[in-house]
Design a protein around this ligand. Structure first.
Ligand code: ATP
Length: 252
């Protein structure tokens, strides 16, 4: 079992090629309790491929992944999710015709069905409804609980995806571009929310919105052509000449 010193997530020398293309080239990084570790880099740098290897959607060619001190390199995606590895938000898991509340209830049910199987169905429903509404309240969607997810705005759907992830109580969140399409106000709210969320479980964040990254990240790793060219604090990364040249340019 992991203690405070053990990284929640640890990648060692991961490699993944597509033909001659090295999409992940000897990548090592850690995610520690309480932090947001942002992964940034230009289009095609290999960020999604790396996230896919962590979630279990893709298997690496070489290297090792440990989660809470346990080797998970060859486990499938479902098994990793059961261990508490939060899924990526780019794959939408929402059921469009179901209300926001029902989508969260499904996730709660998936997690709790074992412990609550002796409950009467009516009581079981109440537990699920109250649990779902509490989570919707946390993400600011309580007032939209009865709206089918297909009728929510884009920003609201992203928040609902986070609510679904929260319901699964992961031990670590893998967030793939959560700010995409959010608009300035929505992005600001999401930044505040993620700041609170990281105290519940650390976040590995792939994000192109540099304002959000600089506001949130405790550490950053910069990926270019499948390799990590720099890792460090926001300050260190912003001042790194190699990073400025390869990626940040004027936005630093
Ligand atoms: N299944 C695949 N087969 C072949 N090549 C792939 C496959 N998946 C990704 N690639 C290639 O691997 C490289 C890394 O892609 P990836 O999508 O991981 O980058 P990214 O950093 O996530 O990009 P973006 O910021 O645009 O999402 C790219 O050159 C891409 O074309």
């Amino acid at each position: 079992m992991a203690d405070r010193e053990t990284p929640v997530l640890e990648l060692n020398n991961l490699r993944k090629s597509f033909g001659a293309l090295k999409a992940t080239d000897d990548v090592s990084l850690t995610l520690r309790a309480g932090e947001v570790h942002a992964l940034i880099g230009p289009n095609g740098a290999g960020k999604s491929t790396l996230m896919a290897q962590i979630s279990g959607r893709t298997l690496p060619d070489a290297g090792r992944i440990r989660f809470q001190g346990r080797e998970i390199t060859r486990l499938n995606e479902v098994r990793r999710a059961q261990l508490g590895l939060g899924r990526s938000f780019q794959i939408s898991s929402l059921i469009p015709e179901y209300s926001a509340r029902r989508n969260v209830m499904l996730a709660l049910q998936a997690r709790q069905s074992h412990s609550f199987r002796f409950f009467k169905p009516t009581l079981w429903d109440r537990v699920l409804i109250e649990g779902a509404d509490d989570i919707l309240e946390r993400v600011g969607l309580r007032g939209r609980a009865s709206v089918p997810s297909a009728e929510l705005s884009h920003g609201e759907r992203r928040l609902l995806e986070i609510a679904v992830a929260l319901a699964l109580e992961p031990k670590c969140f893998l967030l793939d571009e959560p700010m995409a399409g959010m608009g300035a106000e929505g992005a600001g709210q999401l930044v505040s929310f993620l700041r609170e969320l990281k105290t519940q479980a650390p976040i590995l964040l792939v994000e192109h919105d540099m304002d959000a990254v600089f506001a949130l990240a405790d550490r950053l790793s910069v990926l270019v052509y499948g390799r990590i060219i720099a890792s460090g604090s926001v300050e260190e990364i912003r001042n790194d000449p190699q990073v400025r040249e390869a990626y940040l340019g004027d936005s630093a």
